[in-house]
Design a protein around this ligand. Structure first.
Ligand code: AMP
Length: 278
């Protein structure tokens, strides 16, 4: 596996692959890799001839400077995992390659970016959309792989690609979970042992709500019961635990179309997000 940090070198490498008729896929990440990320790599390898993984802890998508400072950075270990998995190129640019002095452009997807995470993390999705658009243009990949773990992010990226006619096909991959159901996430390493034991309660409450709603319980009642259960389990705060339309994420009072239950809650200072199909 080659590690590249400059756009010119990356473009040269991809141009060579394309000249040979290879299909190129990209897996964008912020590093601190776990099995969830590696499942995206496997999906990319199954659908493409050459795979680029990117690692970039994007400062523009952090609304909280402490979260950015504390975000785990483990590039040597990540590179070893990606190399062992057979990834062709790791693109890990320094910040000044992505955002050179004078950088002035923001990509902003209206509507779906303003809901849920967007309401609690101002600017987060603009930062994400800006860097993802850049990564598509820098890599020139034909296919890109993202996790359903970040369901709202996935819908925003699909909208971005449609709106800008970006020549890339997006594949969403299922959420990988720990044996007790906790969605794998780089931030999980920041949970204490006691918090880690409480963390699966979020999914338990969401699944109970989903099954109550499927069984005919009114949505509002099922959701408020689930929020109370998450707090009772030991979470400090529930930012949202909501039923939404699966694509546009509009609020749903009744499950009359494809729907997603999405939640964000804080446990010991670590903000966890999860989502499930209804
Ligand atoms: P991140 O490094 O957290 O920005 O995530 C990079 C990519 O990995 C995103 O597309 C995430 O949705 C995806 N991802 C993160 N956690 C998981 C997981 N538990 N299962 C599947 N995909 C995941």
């Amino acid at each position: 596996m080659r590690t590249l940090r400059e756009v010119t070198a990356l473009r040269g490498c991809v141009a060579g692959w394309k000249a040979e008729g290879r299909r190129v896929g990209v897996v964008p990440t912020m590093g601190a890799l776990h099995a969830g990320h590696m499942s995206l790599v496997s999906a990319a390898q199954a659908g493409c001839d050459r795979v680029i993984a990117t690692i970039f802890v994007n400062p523009r998508q952090f609304d909280d400077p402490a979260d950015l400072a504390n975000y785990p950075r483990t590039e040597a270990r990540d590179a070893a995992m990606l190399g062992a998995a057979g990834v062709d190129v790791l693109f890990a640019p320094p910040s000044e390659v992505v955002y050179p002095p004078g950088f002035a452009t923001t990509v902003s997807v209206a509507g779906v970016s303003r809901e849920l995470e967007g309401a609690f993390r101002p600017g987060h999705f603009d930062g994400m959309a800006t860097v993802v658009a850049k990564l598509f243009l820098m890599t020139g990949a034909e296919r890109a792989f993202f996790g359903e773990k970040d369901w709202q992010q996935l819908q925003i990226i699909r909208q971005l690609v449609r709106d800008l006619d970006l020549p890339v096909t997006i594949t969403g991959c299922p959420t990988l979970r720990e044996p007790d159901g906790l969605a794998m996430a780089s931030r999980n390493t920041r949970l204490s042992a006691a918090e880690r034991a409480v963390a699966p309660a979020l999914l338990v409450a969401m699944e109970a709500a989903a099954s109550a709603i499927r069984g005919g319980m009114p949505v509002a009642g099922a959701l408020s019961r689930a929020r109370a259960a998450v707090l009772a389990a030991g979470f400090a705060e529930v930012d949202y635990l909501d039923l939404r339309g699966a694509e546009r994420l509009e609020p749903l009072a009744t499950p009359d179309r494809p729907a997603r239950l999405l939640a964000a809650a804080t446990l010991g200072g670590v903000r966890l997000i999860d989502n499930i199909a209804l």
